[in-house]
Write a protein that binds this ligand. Structure first.
Ligand code: ADP
Length: 252
């Protein structure tokens, strides 16, 4: 196996409980460079919690999260702050609700992370932000406040904010589910472009048509485990497991 065939991210035996609620019950997954992994499954099945564990927003009870050539953290053992920071810096997350700072302009929102968390010089962060905003068609909105933007524009700024952190891995948690139907398309277009540019992404979504188009692999979650995984052409068209079939039938 050549080094580039090594998965960018390998997750093994991820477990997480909230009190007595066992939310992740041994999740294994890997993401190859440039691949798009789509997580589907009923509400409450643990998809968001997986993303939050990868991005350091939740601490798993057990499991290993390993980035190729980077941090490898075994959550069954002692995990220090340096491990957490190293892990967190590998990925950037786009949330269901854009989570922009309302008192900052679009540009200020985008440069906040690079400048404050990564110590990027302000001028460099601004230059990078301007380029990224241009790519998603928001150049003229750089000095607007989030409340002056449509939901789709806000979400596109959320994506730019994640890109500005220059992560190896992009995580999307239902990026279109809070949007009015007519605004979903513009956000999915940006995601499609990112996939075509070779970004490595893990996306939680209920947009099955989109999943069919962009996913390299689809994982179906139910009750904290991956019930079935496969290429979208197989899993979404001819699922092998009855639970997957039932879930897909409900969405059709
Ligand atoms: P999904 O993304 O598949 O809808 P989640 O990962 O959001 O599922 O949630 C899985 C389960 O974990 C749900 O039962 C949810 O109520 C619970 N949960 C998630 N976050 C917390 C939290 N911070 N505290 C307590 N329970 C939580």
């Amino acid at each position: 196996m050549s080094p580039t065939d090594t998965p960018l991210l390998q997750v093994t035996g991820l477990e997480k409980s909230f009190g007595a609620n066992r939310v992740l019950d041994g999740v294994d997954l890997e993401v190859r460079r440039g691949d798009v992994l789509v997580l589907i499954g009923p509400s409450g099945s643990g998809k968001t919690t997986v993303l939050r564990c990868l991005n350091g927003l939740e601490t798993p009870d057990a499991g290993v999260v390993a980035f190729d050539g980077g941090p490898s953290v075994d959550f069954a053992g002692r995990v220090g702050k340096a491990d957490r920071t190293a892990l967190r810096d590998r990925s950037a997350m786009v949330f269901q609700h854009h989570n922009l700072f309302p008192h900052l302009t679009v540009l200020q929102n985008v440069i906040e992370g690079p400048v404050q968390a990564h110590g990027v010089p302000r001028a460099e962060a601004v230059a990078r932000a301007v380029t990224l905003l241009d790519r998603v068609g928001l150049t003229e909105k750089r000095d607007a406040y989030p409340s002056e933007l449509s939901g789709g524009q806000q979400q596109r700024v959320g994506i730019v904010r994640a890109l500005a952190l220059q992560p190896q891995l992009l995580l999307f948690d239902e990026p279109t589910s809070a949007l009015d139907p007519e605004l979903v398309g513009e956000v999915l277009t940006v995601l499609r472009e990112l996939a075509n540019e070779g970004w490595t992404m893990v996306i939680v979504t209920h947009e099955l048509g989109f999943a069919r188009e962009v996913a390299d692999e689809v994982l179906f979650f139910d009750e904290g485990v991956i019930v079935e995984r496969g290429a979208p052409s197989e899993l979404l068209r001819q699922p092998k497991k009855e639970r997957t079939q039932r879930f897909l039938n409900r969405l059709l």
